[in-house]
Design a protein around this ligand. Structure first.
Ligand code: NA7
Length: 564
């Protein structure tokens, strides 16, 4: 049923993932008489948990700290099968929330938004989908996620391949590795979190002919150690939810884990190793986020820990040459997002699993029947899986052609001729206030946007949506139809985000977290995309903004009167 109508929506939400579903729930709860609509490109709710159906896809944050916290009744009913839920379970959880709260009727699926136009006189936005349908709204909540725009490798011959080929986040619904991969030669390009999970799952299918993993940058990974959740444990989890969510408000990133207050050299070598062994034996992100507090700011500390993790990789991989290829040499542990693995390194001990080190022999081209590397070798393949990541963070916004205030584009390639008005985020460099407001995008609120705290996404979503709903209530009570951040507030917040990241070794490494993607034109300049001050400081600043009567925002009424 088309939802578009002649009168503007009060709130239009783009995206029905974790952010969009919670935004919809909260707007419906706080403003029951408002007209609200969600536009979603997929055919169901779930966002990344809808799109990423590849084998082995699994959350690596404990599900009990990642799930929505707002519905106690649902948490009482819900049974997690795994400590770290596989994709279908997380997806079902989001579906259950949408069903239980009768949210589906507000969501229009199969609708990919292509452009957005600001209407200065009406104080509204008009969005246009790929069919040309228009949707006008007073307020816009962007729930587009930061990993929603998949990218294929910029290598020649990509269209020549005659076998089946797909990106992990567009895994065909009808492809089942146990049925369709039998006797097949499979290639996986990419060794990020997705490549590591999918390669591991494929390697466990005994009747494939071969799996070849094409690795450009070796990636640090550490054991996930998932366990099945027994009925007794589930009862304990249900009793602990409040405590877990409370703890997530106290850690800097909203995860359950937080850094140890000691520096690496505060303890003896024996104590240090005993501590690392303990973390390594535990499940989850502790071995990334629970380490000594100087691990990601002190080069020597980082090297000590990286060397120790490298020794763990060597212990698992029988062939020394393969082990050395799998150990990153160009960046330290934890300076990129650390994937948690469940048998990835051991997979290379199987006779039918091969590693191609693209640093030594880069891809020359993709051919009709495989991948040709620079050493002249043709790696013949029947199926090619692209685990090559996303046009992360800004890419989700760049997929929409924004005509903001004064017709400004949001992002433009760095090669832009300069004839059109200047982009708001030149060179994919975000500028925001609190990661929620963007200059020249009035009446727009980002959920999970750039410059929001690094960390547990769902905790961040629940917090941010609350901040936005409070502001909408303020506008409603005052009759404001226009809201935009001041230039000073944007400059100050953007600088604060940069300042907080200073001294972090993460800044020295290319990755989607620092805004680099060689497959995307113009994504060559490192940026600071996430706020690494603490969740507590972020909350304090949001609270202070509200308590000040929103002094960092500019408001106006429909009659044109401006409120300063
Ligand atoms: P990532 O982490 O961006 O990983 C993409 C991988 O694909 C990475 O290993 C890339 O190598 C590789 N890649 C990309 N382009 C190429 C080309 N042209 N040739 C060879 N290899 C290439 O994406 P994921 O989907 O794994 O994970 C994204 C996030 O989702 C993850 O961090 C979690 O938060 C969930 P590179 O490292 O660039 O050399």
């Amino acid at each position: 049923m088309p939802l578009q109508s002649d009168t503007p929506y009060d709130v239009l939400i783009i995206g029905a993932g974790l952010s969009g579903v919670y935004s919809l729930y909260e707007i419906r709860r706080r403003f029951p008489s408002w007209r609200v609509c969600v536009l979603e490109a997929g055919t169901d709710v779930g966002g990344v948990w809808y799109w990423n159906r590849y084998p082995g896809c699994q959350i690596d944050t404990e599900s009990l700290s990642y799930c929505y916290s707002f519905d106690k009744e649902l948490l009482e009913e819900w049974q997690w099968k795994d400590t770290f839920a596989f994709q279908p379970d997380t997806h079902q959880f989001i579906q259950r929330v949408a069903e239980k709260h009768d949210l589906y009727k507000y969501i229009q699926f199969g609708t990919r938004v292509k452009s957005a136009h600001w209407n200065e006189h009406a104080h509204t936005w008009t969005f246009v989908d790929e069919r040309g349908e228009q949707y006008e709204t007073k307020f816009f909540m962007s729930c587009v996620g930061f990993l929603s725009n998949p990218t294929l490798p910029a290598v020649p011959g990509i269209h020549d391949f005659q076998g089946q080929a797909f990106h992990t986040s567009r895994w065909p619904k009808n492809v089942d590795i146990h049925r369709d991969f039998k006797d097949k030669r499979i290639g996986v390009i990419g060794t990020g979190a997705t490549g590591i999970q999918s390669s591991t799952a494929i390697s466990k299918v005994d009747d494939i002919k071969s799996l070849t993993v094409f690795q450009r940058t070796a990636n640090w990974a550490a054991p996930l150690r998932n366990t099945k959740v027994s009925p007794e444990e589930m009862e304990k989890i249900k009793k602990n939810y409040d405590e877990v969510f409370q703890k997530c408000t106290e850690t800097p990133s909203g995860f359950w884990h937080q850094a140890d207050p000691r520096n690496t050299n505060d303890v003896t070598k024996e104590e240090r190793i005993a501590f690392w062994e303990k973390l390594y034996a535990e499940s989850g992100f502790g071995k990334w986020l629970g380490v000594f507090k100087d691990t990601y700011t002190n080069r020597e500390a980082n090297k000590l820990y990286s060397d120790w993790i490298a020794s763990k990789i060597r212990e698992q991989v029988h062939d020394p040459q393969t082990a050395e290829s799998l150990i990153p040499k160009d960046h330290g542990f934890g300076t990129r997002r650390v994937p948690l693995e469940s048998g990835y390194f051991q997979a290379f001990n199987k006779p039918h699993v091969n590693l191609v080190d693209l640093k030594k022999t880069p891809i020359e081209r993709i051919t009709s029947n495989g991948i040709l590397t620079s050493d002249g070798k043709l790696h013949e393949l029947d199926i090619l899986v692209y685990a090559t990541g996303f046009d992360a963070i800004t890419g989700s916004f760049n997929a929409i052609d924004f005509h903001a205030k004064d017709d400004r584009p949001l992002i433009a390639p760095s090669s832009s001729s300069g004839k059109s008005p200047p982009p708001i985020w030149p060179d994919h460099r975000p500028s925001t206030f609190l990661g929620i407001h963007v200059p020249a995008l009035p009446n727009t609120f980002l959920v999970l946007g750039p410059h929001q705290p690094f960390g547990n996404a769902t905790r961040s979503i629940e917090r941010t949506v609350g901040v936005i709903a409070d502001l909408l209530q303020f506008c409603n009570e005052k009759g404001y139809t226009y809201v935009e951040p001041t230039t000073e507030a944007v400059e100050a917040w953007t600088q604060h985000v940069v300042d907080c990241s200073k001294g972090s070794l993460v800044n020295e490494v290319d990755s989607w977290m620092t805004g680099i993607n060689a497959n995307v034109e113009g994504k060559t300049v490192r940026t600071v995309a996430r706020y690494t001050g603490s969740v507590q400081e972020y909350k304090r600043q949001c609270d202070a903004n509200k308590a000040s009567g929103y002094k960092d925002l500019i408001f106006a009424k429909q009659d044109g009167s401006r409120v300063v």
